[in-house]
Design a protein around this ligand. Sequence first.
Ligand code: ZN
Length: 491
Amino acid sequence: MRAYENLMLHARDTAALKQVLGRLGWDQETVMPRGAAPQRAEEMAALDRVLHARKVDPQVADWLEAADPADAEEVAQLHQIRREFDRATKVPADLSAELTRVTSLSQGIWAEARANDDFNAFAPTFSEVLSLRRQEAAALAGGGDDLYDALLDDYEPGETSESLAAMFAAMRPRLVALRERILGSGKAMPRLSGCFDEAVQMQLTEAAARAFGYDFDRGRLDKAVHPFSSGQGLDSRITTRTSPHDPLGCFYSTIHEVGHGCYEQNVRRDFLLTPIGEGVSMGVHESQSRIYENQLGRGRAFTGWLYERCRDSFGDMGLADAEAFHAAVNAVDSGFIRTEADEVHYNLHILLRFDLERALIRGELEVDDLEAAWNDRFEADFGVAVDKASNGVLQDVHWPVGLFGYFPTYTLGNVYAGCLFEALKAGVPEWESGLARGDAGAATGWLREAVQQHGSLYHPREVIERATGRPVSVEPLLAYLEEKFGALYDL
Ligand code: ZN
């Protein structure tokens, strides 16, 4: 048998075991009995050790050495296997185990500190997490690359802190200017009022998921505290949340996760359980979730369809008409919380985190100074003083569990979504008429063909550039935001 075929047999079992581990994680966040937590941690750690041993198996190195790929698809499979092997072998096993242990414990300590708005209670644990991640980054960088880039590479292969810093610097002045014009307009957007039955929200949100093409035969929709998506291929699940006063939070969390879920459901079937059988990067993943949620889901055509369904179920919601509903869906606010931010503020939240986490990893900012640095920067960017740690530095789970280098992929995803939307509008003139009827098929069919089906066959930027036929640029996103919010706020 060819070395390549041996490698693929090995990789297929590894991919299957990863799916099992992911399913345990999904179960933990949705239906697992609370008392099972310590046992589940053991179960997941055991499977994690099996996976790690497979990743660093010396036989993989031999096969990689001997494999000669026959075509571009095999080159892509080998690229992913080599990438994973290199990363897994660079990090010492005891450091890897210690990271798993500390980051699983830190989540609980962070949750308690957040509930008490007490950053100092979390600071010692956070110092430990940060120190371990710095060690890991140093092992991955091998004395060469920037430490931050070594971590970033896990989420967004091909990007560097330099490439992202340049992209973000190009966005910032226009985002800040747009924000100031909106807030200076004095225009107040209508708000939904009333109490919204949560079971009805789930019925409507399921209809919205179907409108966007999510396949319930190969997926399911459940509730979770923090919505997420999980799994690949024939079992790609999503979650959402409900609140009696905020049905929009439910609908748009769902549509966002549907974007992630559809990406995974639509990868070519012959890539199933292979190294290229999943979304290629966090940035490209987020481009799908964000274009479903924002450019398509918060556009006037779809909000019109959603308004009619909401009005039939909930009455007038305190709103005059579909225009008022559309305005309410797109209201701009300088709120504290990233996950609740509007399209204009969202990227400013990410730019703040990107700058602070680079400074943390490079040793230019210490944990003891982080809260003050966060609060100063937030007030400078958002014009509001942070009132408590849960509205500030403790709001996100990413840093507490050691995910440094992850945040910038959200804004990268927004930039990619901007590029894709421009190409979609040019290529699919009927994209909007379908959405007005609750059928996103014309738009999502284009995304499936142009992006989703390829899985990890191409490098992240290459996927976007092949889909759009032009280099990635921040221009389409900024032009879209300026046009949309200019009209909404009469600027
Ligand atoms: Zn997402």
